[in-house]
Design a protein around this ligand. Structure first.
Ligand SMILES: [Zn+2]
Length: 424
């Protein structure tokens, strides 16, 4: 579609009724493919047709664990040689999910994600400094392709340290910085401690982890530039939703991923404005199908028209998660995986009592692990072990902690002292 001056794609301003009609036929096409081609869904999906969008709630949910247990090839619905690229979920702090994309997937992804970047104000000729990891991490390459689709230019800085990032900024003066939201806090504290004055930017684009309203204000004030929130997930795609210039919720590309909100306990659908768990159905994926995927992210949906003119519904900023995943140091940490690693350290004492205390000072997370381990294991060994397995630094480890309750029925393993209620 020819880009207009205000929007990248006219699909962003379709009347809601037309959008919903398209969503319904896309869901039915996905169901037909699932029944016919998907080893993963064949036994699960009984009908190949729904007559209204509300009937989607009759279809089974797909959970992260279902995907992790399945073999990659059960989820792929095309020939192996048709997979052009493989990407994976963010860090090594959780068991990775592999995303298999055909050439068509890449093209559709570029066209769809380009809308999100255009919405943030990215235009042809702008320079974007990407401070996110490349390699398997979807946020790197897939977003880079979409930005290049607009005709903007890239500094693929990746995850180099703050000093190198700042040196690049000074030399190249990018229009936009892109990072996991919490990395902006690190950048600010590094620049301040070294007396570096950073230039103003057209925009700071952050995703990956929820950002509190206080942190957001801090980032915008210190860097004298507007902040744009973005949301995506490896299972469907990165950069799926983002803020327009009015910063009033994140427009979701809902002709690409159909959003629903469900109650986390009853799993019943919730209505507009009600807060619950975001469930997404991939409508345009070619290599893999994903039906009613439970993201575990807490948000709500707003269908009212936005001042920018887009009719794409808006997600409220993600408030947190309902599963075992927590966000620390800009990464996702699967606490069930951490528990299994700690169990490996002390196999004779499985279910080892431990506590991870998370605090935050000047925008930096501090992790302290208290655990009782056999005398031959010292703190340095445990730190090193977890660093290798999780790519995450535990700042303090106390291996002979006497304050842990010995016989707690449901031990509280994570003590998060950051103000999670402040997340918005
Ligand atoms: Zn808008």
């Amino acid at each position: 579609m020819t880009p207009s001056r205000t929007y990248w794609d006219q699909a962003e301003i379709l009347p809601l009724s037309k959008l919903q009609k398209n969503q319904l036929s896309a869901i039915n096409a996905v169901l037909a493919r699932a029944r016919k081609q998907s080893t993963f869904y064949k036994g699960k999906i009984r009908s190949t047709r729904i007559d209204s969008l509300s009937q989607i709630s009759n279809l089974p949910l797909t959970r992260k664990d279902d995907l992790r247990k399945a073999s990659l090839w059960d989820t792929v619905v095309v020939k192996r040689e048709d997979i052009a690229e493989y990407h994976a979920s963010s860090g090594t702090t959780e068991r990775p999910y592999i995303m298999a994309m055909t050439k068509r997937d890449i093209k559709v992804s570029n066209d769809t994600l380009a809308r999100t970047w255009y919405m943030h104000g990215v235009r042809k000729g702008h320079l974007i400094q990407m401070m996110v990891s490349y390699g398997l991490f979807t946020a790197g390459l897939l977003n880079q392709y979409a930005i290049q689709r607009i005709g903007a230019n890239i500094v693929p800085a990746g995850a180099v340290n703050s000093e190198q990032q700042i040196s690049l900024m000074k030399k190249l003066v990018p229009d936009f910085l892109v990072a996991v939201s919490s990395h902006f806090l690190r950048l600010i504290s590094f620049a301040e401690s070294h007396d570096y004055k950073l230039p103003k930017f057209r925009g700071l684009i952050g995703g990956g982890v929820p950002v509190s309203s206080q942190d957001r204000t801090w980032i915008q004030t210190k860097l004298r530039s507007p902040f744009f929130n973005q949301y995506g997930l490896a299972e469907i795609n990165t950069g799926l939703a983002g803020e327009c210039e009015y910063h009033d919720g994140l427009h979701i590309q809902s002709d690409y991923a159909y959003p629903e909100i469900i109650d986390p306990q009853s799993e019943e659908p919730l209505t507009e404005g009600e807060e619950g768990v975001l469930v997404l159905t991939a409508l345009k994926r070619d290599g893999q199908l994903l039906i009613r995927y439970v993201t575990n992210d807490i948000t709500s949906l707003n269908f009212s028209p936005c001042r920018c003119g887009r009719t794409l519904p808006r997600l409220s900023p993600i408030k947190g998660r309902v599963d075992d995943t927590i966000f620390v140091k800009g990464m996702k940490l699967d606490t069930a995986y951490l528990a299994s690693l700690l169990g490996e350290l002390s196999p004779r004492n499985s279910g080892t009592n431990w506590r991870l205390t998370i605090s935050r000072t000047h925008g930096r997370d501090h992790l302290k692990l208290a655990i009782n381990l056999p005398a031959e294991l010292d703190a340095e060994y445990v730190k090193q072990f977890l660093q290798e397995k999780l790519s995450l630094t535990i700042d303090e480890v106390d291996v002979q902690n006497k304050t842990l309750p010995e016989d707690e029925h449901k031990p509280k393993h994570i003590l998060d002292l950051r103000k999670l209620e402040a997340l918005c």
